[in-house]
Write a protein that binds this ligand. Structure first.
Ligand code: CP
Ligand code: NVA
Length: 302
């Protein structure tokens, strides 16, 4: 069978994606019981990070160790990637030495090129356009809190960024309705909106967008690589803050998610992450379990 990659949620079928979420919850329960499960003994994950990370690095590295394997952290500062060795060459070399590669980078095309030249699975651990691993943890967090997300209404408030694009893919793959509230000029990718059709509705008013929502989520106003735009973005996004008062307009059973790191006082009010409707800590912890399910799927089902 040809090698499978995970560059966006559309690389897996709907059934495979549903299985991953169920499996992530199973692996979480096993982990909490202290059960040792090591199907990846002797297997190695190469982890290329061209942007900063706390959750992604620790969850992949800890996940590989827990599954019996190991992980190697590769930063452009001290690899030849940072000195201009072509991505194609790096992919051909690394994929002879490790069993899977995880890449966090800027241009999505870079991850696509890496995957094209790799003969081991490549996982997108965030690009400027997508963050599919985070969506696995988000879908798991919602399912564990309230049951299946299928048929529910999800509201995205804020920037049409990599997370928002991934929510559009998730709406297609997990079959839910997505309301997106963003200021003019900060819309997600048009091609994705076209593909999603009437499953996705754009709003300019967050209060209108959260009406009847079962899940409300947001992300920073300036993503990694947009530091210089931060000030201009602060004015553009004024009014796009998620707060307990905004959550009051959603479904009474609504939950709040944020991929983190969060900027309190900007996209979230000071008190939002600690509101009883917030499940952000469970969501962050799920990165470990969801990615263990992904690694098991990519490395054990050949
Ligand atoms: N949510 C997320 O990907 O966090 P890190 O940037 O810390 O990995
Ligand atoms: N949109 C954010 C997500 C961080 C996990 C960024 O790209 O910086």
């Amino acid at each position: 069978m040809s090698v499978r990659h995970f560059l966006t949620l559309t690389d897996l079928s709907q059934d495979e994606l549903r299985h991953l979420i169920d499996r992530a919850s199973e692996l979480k329960a096993m982990h909490r019981k202290g059960e040792v499960y090591q199907p990846l003994q002797g297997r190695v994950l190469g982890m290329i990070f061209e942007k900063s990370s706390t959750r992604t690095r620790v969850s992949f590295e800890a996940g590989m160790v827990q599954l019996g394997g190991g992980a190697i952290f590769l930063s452009p500062r001290d690899t030849q990637l940072g000195r201009g060795e072509p991505i194609e060459d790096s992919a051909r070399v690394l994929s002879q030495m490790v069993d899977a590669v995880m890449i966090r980078t800027f241009e999505h095309d870079k991850a696509v090129t890496f995957a094209k030249y790799s003969n081991v699975p490549v996982i997108n651990a965030l690009t400027d356009d997508y963050h599919p691993c985070q969506l696995l943890a988000d879908m798991q967090a919602y399912q564990e809190a309230r049951g299946s997300v299928t048929g529910k209404t999800v509201t995205w408030v804020g920037d049409g960024n990599n997370m928002c694009n991934s929510y559009i893919n998730a709406a297609i793959q997990y079959d839910f309705k997505l309301n997106i509230a963003c200021p003019e000029g900060f819309e997600p990718m048009q091609a994705l909106l076209d593909k999603a059709g009437d499953r996705v509705t754009l709003y300019r008013d967050p209060a209108e967008a959260v009406e009847k929502a079962h899940l409300v989520t947001t992300d920073v106003w300036a993503s990694m690589g947009q530091e210089e735009e931060a000030q201009a973005r602060e004015s553009a996004f004024a009014g796009f803050q998620v707060s307990p008062a905004l959550m009051d307009k959603a479904d009474p059973e609504a939950v709040f998610l944020h991929c983190l790191p969060a900027h309190r006082g900007e996209e979230v009010s000071i008190d939002m992450l600690d509101d009883p409707r917030s499940v952000v800590w469970e969501q962050a912890g799920n990165r470990l379990h969801a990615q263990k399910a992904l690694l098991e799927f990519l490395l054990c089902s050949e």
